[in-house]
Design a protein around this ligand. Sequence first.
Ligand SMILES: Cc1cc2nc3c(=O)[nH]c(=O)nc-3n(C[C@H](O)[C@H](O)[C@H](O)COP(=O)(O)OP(=O)(O)OC[C@H]3O[C@@H](n4cnc5c(N)ncnc54)[C@H](O)[C@@H]3O)c2cc1C
Length: 479
Amino acid sequence: MDMPNPNPLILARKAKLIERLEAVLPPEAVIHDPSETRAYECDGLTAYKCPPLAVVLPASTQEVSDALRICHEMDVPVVPRGAGTSLAGGALPTEDSVILGVAKLTDVLETDYDNRFIRVQTGRTNLSVTGAVEEDGFFYAPDPSSQLACAIAGNIAMNSGGAHCLKYGVTTNNLLGVTMVMMDGTITQIGGAFLDAEGLDLLGLICGSEGQLGVVTEATLRILHKPEGARPVLMGFDSSEVAGQCVSDIIKVGVLPVAIEFMDRPCIRATENFAGAGYPDCEALLIVEVEGSDAEIDEQLETIIEIAQSHNPVALRQSSSDDESKRIWLGRKSAFGAMGKINDYMCLDGTIPVSQLPYVLKRIGELSQEFGLDVANVFHAGDGNMHPLILFNANEPGQLELCEDLGAEILKLCVEVGGCLTGEHGVGIEKRDLMLHQYDPADLEIQMAVKDVFDPGWLLNPAKVFPLQSSDARRIAAE
Ligand SMILES: Cc1cc2nc3c(=O)[nH]c(=O)nc-3n(C[C@H](O)[C@H](O)[C@H](O)COP(=O)(O)OP(=O)(O)OC[C@H]3O[C@@H](n4cnc5c(N)ncnc54)[C@H](O)[C@@H]3O)c2cc1C
């Protein structure tokens, strides 16, 4: 993965930059000692690291605006950062950029149950948004597996999803409005505490824009009444393809489970050793969860179980208590941690039409053999959002590059079957150079023209999302 060389003229301005930032921000909000900036050298994609020029941690929207205005005036690139859990390298700094972290912006600003929204500062973690309303019977639906740590800021920037997004949609379907600070320090409001703002859907543009257009400091989020009840069923199959076919058949018949999650044997084995959830010994398993009243749950599960039985499951277990439901979810929720304990891995994030699951799982198996690297699969199968985990040894020379090549082939496969490069993790640096497999140069030109409008100097989150050769002319002109 290539990154542009740092601009020596910007590096030479460091002392002046720090002096100006310290003049408007509290001393503890500006970090520039290399021993401290190192903590920000990577995000969840730890294969790539680079310490930033400096880090600023403002405590208000006004402070974000002040910091951005100074960076803008001094032509210094800025990388917005939430909690740094991106798996696409979205928050990776460059040597000549300032990390602007929103981790101190954690307040709940307003809760309105009559109109079902909550307004929060975006450094607040995803899980603590639900935490703020659950005693009153509400929840915030998008539930990334990283929800204990990741911030609403990153969720908006990456349009994050999660296991339960099959029914409730991803972040963009649950976001009503934002306060965003433009690169020149202008503070702007987009959307509001209502369903659909008039005019162009700018909110739809901001959600998923990966820190390319502005820094989001506040968000108005839709909250929902907690469902009456939920029940998962665990199904084991003797091949990944059969499990994939079962998912496709469930979706086809028209029932809408709240989640359909998939794990293959390598993942099942790792999570059993790690969490001991009591999963069956099989090639692939599905966790299918439905919600509603007992009667609604029974009716939906009857259809789902009938479909599963037509695929000769080797195990089929319906939860009969809250404890059993927790155990069924325990392994799935520990899957990433379990894999990380036994191997270095790179987590991919392609999306495919659900009907292509059996074929794509078979091809991933073949590609894994061709490249000589194991691949474990754990993913949101109901919406075709795949997360192949490529296992490699980061200490062995050449393995990272081999892993990147295999990852590229798998993501190209997702595009070939009618899917796309990312479902929920974003493009970042990880998929940046593959964008030309999904978009032709004219498409990319239009996407970059949008950035020209919001960030004419191309200072926000440099060298991400757009292939370097496509964005070269703009980035060089901006220097
Ligand atoms: C174990 C694990 C499991 C995960 N599971 C899921 C999952 O189930 N679903 C899912 O969708 N993702 C998942 N992720 C990925 C990650 O958690 C999400 O992408 C998350 O939304 C990132 O949030 P963050 O606050 O950590 O953002 P960061 O990593 O800090 O930043 C992510 C991107 O957002 C931009 N950004 C950050 N703050 C702002 C801001 N204030 N304004 C504008 N742009 C900003 C950054 O520049 C960067 O491009 C997982 C990650 C891990 C490590």
